[in-house]
Write a protein that binds this ligand. Structure first.
Ligand code: CP
Ligand code: NVA
Length: 303
């Protein structure tokens, strides 16, 4: 059975921190000019049913940067768009490539792809999770603030795929996480309950953004309407209006607090231009670290 990367939940703390350590090492080596070839002769297929800039390019750059190759498939160009069963696509692709990276809507699509694949399957975002992103974000936090366990992390905004993956990370790794979400936009209740069961530090869900950022070492924000929720944009603008990370809200947090945004950002909605462009915001380091984390994941799963 191949090892997959469907959610953070299937990994231990040692495995997740090991991937981050390896990504930090690969980043240093790349900056020192070292050429990596450990995936020479290997090919991955990227199957994307939603748009992407960072995840697609960073997976492609990661694979090429390790000496491997990539085939990109937009779902509308495959026979999936003409109703070929996913279980057939999975077995066919497994005969050609050494791993598959998928961005899609339902988590069940990733699960089905993996169930029929004979090569590793990596989740590059679903409606439920964004596990690779959260791993790059924790890598960024460690680079900026040191070990993550003593830190207090705040999530302000939608209880979306990113929030769910942060909750899983908090449970597995053991750091304090406070989520402030508008009523009706809370994260997945089962994921929250399961993570609280294994957590060594509190995972708290509240509805007050000011309380969440007070004392926070890190504040995370993300779009108010994720991909697939565009038709709810107007009602979400109203529901989330108190949850914008602006100068006033940031002033409630300690001065040395770091701001995370996985990007793309909607300036003037979940974050102001001023905060996104401020030295406290590390969004572009997060974006870079995606490539290093993807290298570590690819090396570990298909190397
Ligand atoms: N952060 C992130 O996943 O960005 P893309 O949608 O551009 O891949
Ligand atoms: N929550 C966002 C993340 C984008 C990278 C979305 O799913 O659209």
């Amino acid at each position: 059975m191949p090892k997959h990367f469907r959610s953070l939940q299937e990994f231990s703390k040692i495995e997740l921190l090991g991937l981050i350590d390896r990504a930090i090492e690969l980043k240093k080596e790349k900056k020192a000019g070292k050429i990596h070839q450990q995936l020479m002769g290997k090919t991955i297929g990227l199957i994307f049913e939603k748009p992407s800039t960072r995840t697609r390019v960073s997976f492609e750059a990661a694979m090429y940067g390790l000496g491997g190759q990539v085939i990109f498939l937009s779902s509308r160009d495959t026979q999936l768009a003409r109703s070929e069963p996913l279980k057939d696509m999975s077995r066919v692709m497994s005969r050609y490539v050494d791993g598959m990276v998928i961005r899609t809507f339902g988590q069940e699509v990733v699960e089905e792809l993996a169930a029929y694949a004979t090569v590793p399957v990596i989740n590059a975002l679903t409606d439920l999770y964004h596990p690779c992103q959260v791993l790059s974000d924790i890598m960024t936090v460690i680079e900026k603030k040191g070990p993550v366990e003593p830190l207090r992390i705040a999530w302000v905004g939608d209880g979306n795929n990113m929030a769910n993956s942060w909750i899983q990370a908090a449970g597995i790794i053991g750091f304090e996480l406070t989520l402030a979400c508008p009523e009706g936009y809370e994260p997945d209740g089962e994921i929250l309950a399961a993570s609280r069961k294994i957590a060594s530090r509190p995972i708290t869900l509240i509805h007050d953004p000011e309380a969440a950022v007070r004392g926070a070492d890190v504040i995370n924000v993300d779009v108010w309407a994720s991909m697939g929720k565009e038709d709810e944009h107007e009602e979400r603008l109203r529901a989330f209006s108190r949850f914008q990370l602006n100068r006033e809200l940031l002033a409630r947090a300690p001065a040395e607090c770091v701001v995370l945004h996985c990007l793309p950002a909607h300036r003037g909605e979940e974050i102001t231009d001023e905060v996104l462009e401020s030295p406290q915001c590390v969004a572009f380091d997060q974006a870079e670290n995606k490539m290093h984390i993807h290298k570590a994941i690819l090396e570990s799963l298909i190397g």
